[in-house]
Ligand binder design. Sequence first.
Ligand code: F6R
Length: 622
Amino acid sequence: MCGIVGFVGNQQAAPILLNGLSKLEYRGYDSAGLAVRSGSELAEVVKATGKLKNLREKTNDGYALSGNCGIGHTRWATHGVPSKTNAHPHVSGNCTGSASGAVESDVVGVHNGIIENYQELKDKLIRHGYQFYSDTDTEVVIKLVDYYYKKYKVGPIDALAKTMVRVRGSYALEVMFKDYPDEIYVARKDSPMIIGIADGETYVASDVPAILSYTKHVYYIGNNEMAKLSAGNVVFYNLDGDEVEKDLVEITFSAEAAEKGGYEHFMLKEIHEQPKVIQDTYNAYVKDGDIDFSNVGLTAEDIQAFSNVYIVACGSAWHVGMAAQYVFEDLANLPVRVELASEFRYRKMPLASDGLVVVISQSGETADTLAALREAKSKGLKTLAIVNVVGSSIAREADYVCYTLAGPEISVATTKAYSTQLIVAYLLAMKMGVVRGTLSQDVCSGYLKEIETIPQKIESLLADKERLQWFASKYSNAHDVFFVGRGIDYAIGLEGSLKMKEISYIHSEAYAAGELKHGTISLIEDGTLVIGIATQKELYEKTMSNMVECKARGAYLMGLTTSGHYAMEDTADFVIYIPTIDDHFAGSLSVVPLQLLGYYISVSRGLDVDKPRNLAKSVTVE
Ligand code: F6R
């Protein structure tokens, strides 16, 4: 939700800021803006609605703005409609600038996050004579900084600290003060922000890809911390205004990893990266043929102490939990509950104090998942995070952190992160099974060998993608699609359905196949596309019966099953086969054709695959 960037150094800031924003567009893309200043000159503010290209055009790719210090923002609207007025940067004065764009204001800033008590703060500021030109919570926070700055006649850090004590919510806030040329001040709570350093230059961004082409050396600013950025230098402060020491971290992935690499869309590139990132993730936790979570600090004694598992996540990450629960239950004989983070955090659910809460998140910043993690910790439960983004809030706060090695995922619709999360979940379930004595070492070794085949089997599915492309072009005008399956197949159907609807805007639903006749089957009519997933041997016949029931009501049937079940072609109109694999891990294969189907349908409909409407990659608001 929203991306922020900043730069201060020897070069012109605006082209660097625009380049950074282009790598963050996945975080929001309804409007964008820049504020750039040169020495003690006033900052110039330029904003444009719509995609970043509009701001590029307006600023001649940034070259129309002169100055080596600046901040930028790409927006995903929370407070106030997408409009030029509501676009960031926001200023402490009464409007965002003259015709030239120069602003008289003492404070100008951008913000990612949400200020929950903004209305109360706005009322207070109005009582003190402030006027508001936008509907945003960000304008309120910028004016509050200005208020404390002037009321107490303090420096930027003290003004920010007073503001932070007063606001409730989340923020990655970047501000420039008129009286402090060549400096940017930042503050962070619960929204991501990293600071990069190179020779004589300092960068700030919501996410690493925005600055990777300039530097690989970053600082992670902590929660409730602030920093002063000047050319090539950064000083961190805590809420008391005391300086804080930080370690510089070297990023291990390359700038190219966050580029399209010849693919038409990031999503297609990321689908194709799955064999590699699955292998990388597997290698991180399997050493000499044994599952090893020692680098996570998870010991056999810890595992023995857990009486049950709560898996908590949102969206696709929740779907990983839905699939993984069957594996945990079967291999580790542990009771598992899979909860949506947005529900879990507000439920009055009795939790076993010796339960393990597993949170799953690509970004590590999803507001609901982070809140659920904190809720679990406050109740004294141990927490384990399966997370992709190194140094993210969830990674920092969980007791145990299992990183997925998916690398940067840019497409809003997740694919490779999902697949690596599944791998970690399998390994965790198996490790728990071995430690608890419900899975023998021999059987575990056999399962590891099965998992090792997944990358090559995905390669073979990808090699056959033209069939799905053809099918997608035929069905790109579908109005409703139903995904049905049982057990793990149902969980994969949930993910297939989400992939379909989020990027192709076709209404789709996933049902546990046995549930169809309890209501949904009344929606099936002539030509309705029903995708039946049947990879689980024990459940194959049952799901087939449900598919037949749909066919009898006129459905057009696509089947997804394991190689060998050729009889499915007698019933289904179009069948996709996945290579044979142990049932527990079939989801890692069956999800791939469904990702491709969603992708190709979106392409056939001429939609923006990587940036679907109304969505953002990292959901840092409730
Ligand atoms: C869908 C998708 C989302 C995310 C969800 C959680 O393709 O990507 O449903 O899975 O927003 O995000 P993370 O994993 O970052 O917590």
